[in-house]
Design a protein around this ligand. Structure first.
Ligand code: ADP
Ligand code: MG
Length: 247
């Protein structure tokens, strides 16, 4: 579904991502891990178009999307969450989802905007399902800015789902969560996997990423240093060195 072909992002002298080749198959959960500053978030920013690439090519379902702006990539089915949450703080929980539901992908459907503005039954039901999935039904009229941290993370995930993505990029969804919240997130990600979502999951909680990923890719200094099953990368000396600083 997704192919990164020798992509690079340089910030002045910093090679945040360097000659990275990576593929993601439909229905796969790819775990993307690596020490702090290894280029994980930059990779997500390149895939969703927040940053232009310095070099390389990105294709989605065989189509070159390297030069498409972010909103066009969204309409091609790429949605994401942010490591540092970015909700519409002045909108309610419900409104955050409602806006996302009107993402460009939906506008391809005839009459969608009219249905959206009119508040169609179908769209309302979809918002309701997402509120339930995120455990936020009781908070639907609260401003996003007033939510607790864990609730904000759940709302961001639901907002990404509201765009009906074919590829979901999750940048450290468990960051800042307590053990109970992480367990609930783990269950939600497993549910998305059962539903057949294709996901790139960046995560520091190794238990979570190792449990749900079909394949794990490890970055260090912007380069891929290992790729394989959870067990394979855990046993890889280069990975141990990157994390622990010893061979
Ligand atoms: P990770 O998500 O793996 O922790 P990042 O992708 O955020 O790593 O960062 C990779 C490297 O690129 C780091 O050295 C970081 O300081 C640098 N970097 C990231 N974004 C920018 C930016 N907008 N401007 C300059 N340097 C950046
Ligand atoms: Mg990051």
């Amino acid at each position: 579904m997704l192919a990164l072909d020798g992509i690079a992002k340089h910030f002045g002298g910093i090679r945040a991502v360097d000659d990275l080749a990576l593929t993601v198959a439909k229905g796969e959960i790819l775990g993307l891990i690596g020490p702090n500053g290894s280029g994980k978030s930059t990779t997500v920013n390149l895939i969703c178009g927040l940053y232009p690439v310095t070099a390389g090519r990105i294709t989605l379902d065989g189509r070159d999307i390297t030069d498409l702006p972010t909103h066009r990539r969204l309409s091609e089915g790429i949605a994401r969450t942010f490591q540092n949450i970015r909700l519409f703080g002045g909108l309610t929980v419900w409104q955050n989802l409602w806006v996302a539901q009107n993402a460009p992908a939906h506008r391809k459907e005839r009459g969608y905007l009219a249905r959206w503005l009119g508040g169609s039954k179908q769209a309302r039901e979809e918002t309701g399902r997402l509120l339930d999935f995120a455990g936020l039904a009781h908070r639907k009229d609260e401003l996003a800015a007033n939510l607790a941290f864990g609730e904000q993370r759940r709302l961001e995930l639901a907002r990404a789902l509201a765009t009906r993505p074919s590829l979901l990029l999750l940048d450290e969804p468990a960051a800042g969560m307590n053990a109970e919240e992480i367990a609930a997130l783990d269950e939600r990600i497993r549910e998305l996997k059962r539903q057949g979502y294709t996901i790139v999951l960046i995560e520091h909680h190794m238990e979570l990423v190792m449990a749900v990923s079909d394949r794990v890719c490890v970055l260090n200094f912007g380069r891929k240093i290992a790729e394989g099953t959870a067990a394979e990368v855990q046993a890889d000396p280069a990975v141990r060195q990157a994390y622990l600083g010893t061979a």
